[in-house]
Design a protein around this ligand. Structure first.
Ligand code: HEC
Length: 202
């Protein structure tokens, strides 16, 4: 009788120990994103493959985008999203991916995508005129009393002055647009790219 009770005690404590050890032993997945950084052209698709040390791992991600649109939070074993620049200069999307495997979450890994402008040539008619007419109305368009930026030849011959004025501090004398907000970095970059691309009309 005594032995039986003792045996039962041993058996149950063994079970107890076992279950404790198993819980402590859950190994979280270690995720790898391939590649860990990627550079793409605006309008093209990311191509990131997610793998882990534990088979059956699932992945979910969040993303912060800067100067880029099209990146969204999601899940799956690869990230294939079309990213497009919101301005003329490069932007980024930073994905933070969390793996779940063995019923537990592993440490997040991050991937930085750099999005570069495509080889688009800036021209006056499509890019610069809409920007200047929109930002410099009514003072610099037909009917206003200042040089007319809705005229290609005038805008082209005044581009150095335009770049000078829009890059001043908004509190500085001569800042343009008078009474308006400072042009965005993307729009200033667009004006500079117009110069670099040869001040084309079309
Ligand atoms: C509310 C009216 C107003 C708006 C809006 C405005 N300007 Fe002007 N701008 C003026 C006036 C007035 C002058 C002349 C006084 C001076 O030179 O500061 C001027 C002069 C200039 C000059 C110098 C021209 C010369 O003859 O040398 C440049 C360059 C210029 N503006 C660029 C811009 C640009 C670029 C924008 C839009 C992003 C803009 N301005 C928006 C009123 C305006």
């Amino acid at each position: 009788m005594k032995t039986r009770i003792f045996a039962l005690f041993m058996f149950s404590s063994l079970l107890f120990m076992n279950s404790c050890t198993e819980e402590d032993d859950v190994i979280p997945p270690v995720a790898t994103a391939t590649p860990a950084t990627q550079t793409i052209t605006s309008g093209s698709v990311t191509s990131i493959t997610l793998t882990s040390t534990i088979s059956g791992t699932t992945y979910s991600w969040t993303v912060v985008q800067s100067g880029v649109s099209g990146a969204t939070a999601g899940s799956g074993s690869s990230i294939a999203q079309t990213l497009t620049l919101t301005g003329a200069i490069a932007g980024t999307a930073t994905y933070v991916i969390t793996p779940t495997g063995n019923g537990t979450k592993g440490s997040p890994v991050s991937v930085i995508i750099t999005v570069n402008p495509g080889i688009v040539i800036v021209n006056y008619t499509s890019n610069i005129k809409p920007l200047l007419v929109n930002s410099c109305t009514p003072c610099h368009v037909a009917g206003g009393s200042n040089p007319k930026w809705d005229n290609y030849a005038t805008a082209k011959s005044n581009i150095n002055g335009i770049l000078d004025r829009v890059q001043r501090e908004s509190s500085a004398a001569g800042f343009m647009p008078v009474g308006g907000p400072k042009l965005s970095a993307a729009n200033i970059a667009l004006l500079k790219k117009w110069v670099d691309d040869g001040l084309l009309e079309n």
